[in-house]
Design a protein around this ligand. Structure first.
Ligand code: ATP
Ligand code: MG
Length: 360
């Protein structure tokens, strides 16, 4: 299993980037790394969460903790139970048994809209945007605590209309950030698969979440837009949010994750820093298959993505500072694989998306 005190080199051990309540320099664990290892500052803690479908045990998580203010990747083979676990944690499905807390408060039995109000939002493996509503209307649905939906405040239209205006302004700001503002009045159905993924992420941010859970945000998205999605996910962390995302592409995981949790057959079978987890032959052989061997380097990968997306100069300087502060990393080769990928598969930087896989 991975060494509990990795000599790497990613943002866990260097840098002074402030991300809300924690910094990138803050350690994730203080104990030997093992499945279920306690986190120094967990935001989400799950215990004994079990979900059967008939005789099939889809989820059987004994104990897992998600670190606050970090980007955690949840990986594992098809059918490992990742989506089902997301569904359970966010109230879209009910477990046979188990308990979990978010920010110290139990969420078991709490319905999805209340989970969102408490600051935990998720996106879906297959996008759930409502095609016959406009992009802006989809965004407005993401706002929680809408006064106009409640009886007493709805009798006071001045309150209601002020809030409507604020919600619309916020939606337009977010759409601009995701480069969807020009499409605000278009039907969501007219968006490409990748744009719908962006819309889902933007909509999730309407509720000012603390924890953002993304189920395969990159699936079916063309490589040019993938870089943009990665940049947006990095930005969530920089703004102080915690991210938990499911992803099959190990390059993506290496590029942006601070921590990796591996699920197989419903259980958490491994976790650790990306380099250690992806370098563990037992994990690779059993669960990840062949596409694991290119180490992009977390920080160098982040830099490439940040520059690509054109995030603020401050952020790029912060990442560069982190790389300089770490001599081993500064010597690493640049993130060539990601660039190659883009050049090969997206000639001319076209932003047309590949068709999405079938609904699930
Ligand atoms: N509603 C359901 N009814 C019956 N079985 C289900 C249901 N949802 C999921 N399962 C089963 O539970 C197991 C876990 O599925 P899940 O979709 O959570 O896996 P996953 O890790 O998200 O896989 P993928 O990487 O393919 O998205 C699978 O065996 C799946 O067939
Ligand atoms: Mg899934």
């Amino acid at each position: 299993m991975p060494d509990p005190t990795p000599e790497t080199t990613d943002s866990e051990t260097t840098g002074t980037v402030s991300t809300g309540t924690v910094t990138d320099a803050s350690p994730i664990v203080a104990e030997p790394i093992r499945p279920g290892v306690p986190k120094v500052d967990p935001i989400l803690i799950a215990d004994g969460v079990v979900r059967h479908f008939g005789g099939n045990v889809a989820v059987d998580v004994a104990h897992v903790e998600v670190p606050r203010g970090k980007i955690t990747a949840l990986i594992g083979p098809n059918g490992a139970g990742k989506t089902t676990f997301f569904n359970l944690l966010t109230g879209f499905d009910k477990p046979n048994s188990g308990a979990w807390t978010f920010q110290g408060h139990s969420l078991a039995g709490v319905p999805p809209h209340k989970v969102a109000r408490r600051g935990m939002v998720r996106t879906f493996q297959l996008t759930k945007s409502l095609g016959l509503l406009s992009v802006l209307e989809n965004m407005r649905l993401g706002a929680t605590k809408q006064l106009g939906e409640r009886f007493i405040p709805s009798l006071m239209p001045f309150l209601w209309s002020a809030q409507e205006k604020a919600i619309t302004e916020k939606a337009m700001e977010l759409l601009a950030r995701f480069k969807l503002d020009a499409k605000a009045d278009d039907y969501a159905a007219s968006l490409s698969g990748g744009q719908r993924k962006l819309l889902e992420m933007a909509r999730a941010l309407m509720s000012d979440p603390t924890l953002v859970m993304l189920d395969e945000p990159m699936a079916g998205v063309n490589p040019a837009l993938t870089q943009s999605l990665l940049g947006h996910i990095l930005n969530l962390k920089r703004e102080g949010m915690t991210v938990l995302f499911v992803e099959h592409d190990m390059h993506m995981v290496q590029t942006i994750a601070d921590w990796v949790i591996v699920m197989a057959e419903g259980k958490v079978v491994a976790e650790g820093y990306p380099r250690e987890v992806m370098g563990d032959p037992a994990v690779i052989d059993a669960y990840l298959g062949a596409h694991h061997d290119t180490d992009l380097g977390t920080l160098t990968g982040q830099l490439a993505v940040a520059e690509e997306v054109g995030v603020s100069g401050d952020l790029i300087e912060q990442i560069e500072g982190e790389i300089e502060a770490e001599p081993n990393l500064a010597a690493e080769p640049a993130n060539e694989s990601a660039v190659e990928l883009e050049e090969e598969e997206a000639p001319g930087g076209a932003s047309v998306d590949e068709p999405e896989e079938g609904e699930k």
